[in-house]
Design a protein around this ligand. Structure first.
Ligand SMILES: N[C@@H](CCC[C@H](N)C(=O)O)C(=O)O
Length: 298
């Protein structure tokens, strides 16, 4: 195969190359992902998403319940990730763009390596909401009483390690609370923050600061993220969920269960009001259809 049909999309500027491969005909390997996500010689993206039918999957098909479609997610460095919160909303927008259905009328169940996630759409705002399933503390309840389980050193935050909480959203996150939004500005994410203990499969690292006191029960925070397998990105949906979970842990039971999280690429909302699940809402856009000549890449 020398040409593939693809698209470009983003959710709060977390951008993806979207490959429609219903029957699993395209061999997606690390080298192809790197070439397609290259911002100069390729299309450019923080990651690549292949939309493939679950009945075309090999072993992974058994995990996908009733979902017809699977989000095969790859980071820009070619590594495989379990889940992407912005990506799964963009998958729903891609599904609509391809004329496969209308998510505002019928929710879409998307298979992922972290289980099936159901996406709905508010037809007025055009925002998509994803039922992300439960969050958990990576190191268990012992971390809950201490409020931290790790330390992070990052450029621009001084030499002293910052306390952090590790949150599992299907993929790994390490959340650092900053004292003021000003600290977010001084943070330099040009190089990877050092996390101790070193997470065995790596981690996405979020830095969060509360912006305003809660209004009508809604908290408001800002975050920046260094994504595993990418570097600094403009947004991370699972990261925003991890930040809301950590802020609620730190704030105690009376702290907000709904959070507006500002990211460099926009804003998303995270709802923790159902203790059994986390709901992420935000925009998703498809901005281009692509006919890619694979022989010209790299
Ligand atoms: N940007 C995504 C997360 C993508 C995967 C992540 N880099 C990982 O390796 O876990 C999101 O919106 O959640």
């Amino acid at each position: 195969m020398t040409r593939i049909q693809a698209a470009k999309g983003h959710g709060t500027k977390n951008d993806f190359v979207l490959v429609f491969d219903p029957h699993g005909d395209i061999e997606i390997d690390e080298s192809l992902v790197r070439k397609l996500t290259d911002r100069r010689a390729g299309i450019g993206g923080d990651g690549l998403i292949r939309l493939i039918r679950t009945d075309a999957l090999g072993d992974e098909a058994t995990l996908q319940g009733d979902a017809t479609w699977f989000m095969d997610y790859r980071n820009a460095d070619g590594s495989i990730a379990q889940m992407c919160g912005n990506g799964v909303r963009v998958v729903a927008a891609f599904y609509e763009h391809l004329g496969l259905g209308d998510v505002a009328r019928e929710p879409l169940a998307v298979g992922t390596r972290a289980g099936v996630k159901t996406v709905t759409k508010d037809s007025q705002s055009s925002w998509y909401s994803v039922d992300m399933g439960p969050a958990s503390l990576t190191y268990g309840d012992a971390a809950r009483s201490r409020g931290a389980d790790s330390e992070v050193v990052a450029d621009g935050l001084g030499m002293a390690p910052r306390a952090a909480l590790s949150v599992d959203m299907g993929n790994p996150h390490t959340v650092v609370a900053l004292a003021t939004p000003h600290e977010l500005v001084g943070l330099d994410l040009g190089s990877q923050p050092a996390v101790t203990p070193v997470p065995k499969d790596g981690s996405n690292v979020e830095f969060a600061a509360i912006l305003d006191p809660p209004r009508a029960g809604v908290g408001h925070a800002s975050m920046r993220v260094f994504e595993r397998g990418v570097g600094e990105t403009q947004s991370c949906g699972t990261g925003a969920c991890a930040v809301a979970v950590a802020l609620h842990e730190w704030g105690g039971p009376s702290s907000p269960r709904t959070w507006r999280i500002d990211v460099p690429g926009g804003s998303v909302e995270v709802d923790l009001s159902n203790p059994a699940t986390v709901v992420l809402s935000g925009p998703a856009r498809i901005v281009a259809d692509l006919d890619i000549d694979l022989t010209q890449l790299g």
